[in-house]
Design a protein around this ligand. Structure first.
Ligand SMILES: [Fe+2]
Length: 473
């Protein structure tokens, strides 16, 4: 891994707006529409005030003289909350895997920002960080961002609730980008992480609360700021903007071709296949189109490790959001498809389950699963209590992780040290599936794969190890 040299030159003066552009969001990296490892690309995105600039992007192989890959950015004019800004995105295509590149963002031919990034690897080894529920604008969010940066992940996976409270454009600019695109790494401020590391993200409830564009004209900003693989079908029930028709049309125009398809997607990185799903309450987790896609997407994957990520945890022993269990309906399919690990957020703490299998209860006809009005899903649990992640490392079932302690205020702080509090009733709904819960510290998950070995660590903002398991296949 190269030492991360951050050369973020912010020459764009905010004091002379008549002659220069104010950089509202500095250039950051997104994965782009590249799912399998047969194609690699990255998208550089940045945002300025309303004064257009003659921007371009150049990318060369790091440390070698090579013909630059050039990209002219597209410009999306966003007029939101009566203010106009310009969102630029430049797609770098034809990149090679396992390669380090340097990119430069140029204004009138002169660099205004430059950085280094690595493309995805084809080697059977990965290292990535996972957290959710982060963009709350807290000191803990900054501390975690700094620690994640120290850990040098190849990519970051955000399991939803990217910004609070409503997933709005202004909230991203105030509570998200300043922490992950900070000019310098510092525990109190964050780090220049997104400038060189792609963030894969997925929509949580707070990211879609702003679907009423009449109330929140700058809502659903997930679709402005992300650029993710577009390889999943659009299901009938998906995130749907409401409100003024003109605003909806403008939103759709400004987020095409990403909205709403990138609410679900999958990608490969090294020997890991990760499928990201929208788990919001408007979704039918068993939509036939989605199920068919999952069967193909996960079922045909040759990756050593199959991981699924979504926001709302089905297996949660906290008090918070306990009843929101509808994603349990997908468990039998994920088990059948050989999924090893499910990563979630929504509950602002850390929880790890034993490897488990779950058969949701069916109605009297035996054809339909039962979900209560509250979202509860009863069923039959099979727990692999022999797995300990140390000496017994071959799980029989899926391990479910809640990693929602990424920055927002913590939930049920007293629970971690008191397993008596984890219990819920009846046994058709809860059994002791949780083996580890950390509720008094903000934390993130660091996953490393090396061939048939996967190591999962939970680290706090100081880098202290809070939990660790090894999984082998
Ligand atoms: Fe949430």
């Amino acid at each position: 891994m190269i030492s991360r040299v951050t050369i973020l030159i912010q020459l764009l003066a905010c004091t002379v707006p008549a002659f220069a552009q104010q950089l509202l969001v500095p250039p950051y990296l997104q994965p782009g529409n590249a799912s399998s490892l047969t194609k690699e690309q990255k998208v550089i995105i940045w945002q300025t005030d309303s004064i257009p600039g003659n921007f371009s992007v150049e990318c060369t192989v790091y440390g070698q003289s090579s013909k630059p890959i050039k990209a002219k950015p597209s410009i999306t004019k966003l007029t939101l909350l009566n203010k106009t800004t310009l969102l630029y995105r430049a797609t770098l295509t034809g990149l090679k895997t396992d390669q380090t590149y340097r990119y430069k963002v140029l204004l009138n031919g002169k660099p205004v920002a430059e950085n280094i990034f690595e493309t995805r690897t084809k080697k059977p080894a990965t290292r990535f960080a996972v957290f959710g529920d982060c963009g709350a604008g807290t000191p803990e969010q900054a501390e975690l961002a700094f620690q994640v940066y120290q850990q040098k992940p190849q990519f970051v996976l955000v399991t939803g609730d990217i910004v609070y409270n409503n997933g709005r454009e202004l909230e991203y600019r105030n509570r998200f980008f300043p922490y992950y695109t900070a000019p310098e790494p510092a525990p109190g401020k964050g780090a220049p992480l997104m400038n060189s590391v792609p963030f894969y993200m997925l929509p949580g409830n707070h990211d879609t609360y702003s679907a009423n564009l009449g109330k929140y004209p700058d809502g659903l900003a997930y679709f402005y700021y992300t650029d993710l693989p577009r390889n999943a079908p659009v299901t009938e029930l998906t995130v749907t903007p409401t409100g003024d028709a003109q605003r909806i049309n403008s939103f759709k125009k400004n987020t095409a071709p990403r909205f709403p398809g990138t609410a679900n997607y999958s990608f490969d990185h090294g020997n890991v296949h990760i499928t990201c799903l929208d788990a919001n309450d408007y979704v039918n987790p068993l939509d036939p189109l989605l199920v068919e896609w999952l069967r193909n997407d996960i079922g045909t994957s040759k990756a050593d490790w199959k991981i699924v990520a979504y926001h709302h945890p089905g297996f949660n022993s906290s008090k918070a959001h306990y009843n929101q269990q509808w994603m349990r309906l997908l468990s039998p399919l994920l088990e059948e498809l050989g999924v090893n690990l499910v990563l979630t957020g929504h509950v602002h703490n850390y929880q790890r389950s034993v490897p488990l299998k779950f058969a949701p209860k069916k109605d009297e006809t035996g054809t339909r699963y039962v979900v209560s009005n509250e979202g509860r899903v009863d069923g039959v649990f099979t727990l692999d209590t022999a797995f300990d992640g140390v000496t017994r490392t071959k799980p029989d079932g899926i391990i479910y992780i809640v990693t929602g302690a990424g920055g927002a205020s913590l939930y049920d702080k007293e629970f971690g040290s008191n397993p008596e509090l984890w219990k819920h009733d009846p046994p058709e709904n809860w059994v002791p599936f949780t083996v580890k819960m950390i509720t008094d510290k903000h934390s993130f998950t660091l996953i490393e794969t090396n061939g048939k070995l996967l190591t999962l660590k939970q680290l706090d903002a100081a880098g202290n190890l809070l939990d660790e398991i090894k999984i082998t296949r």
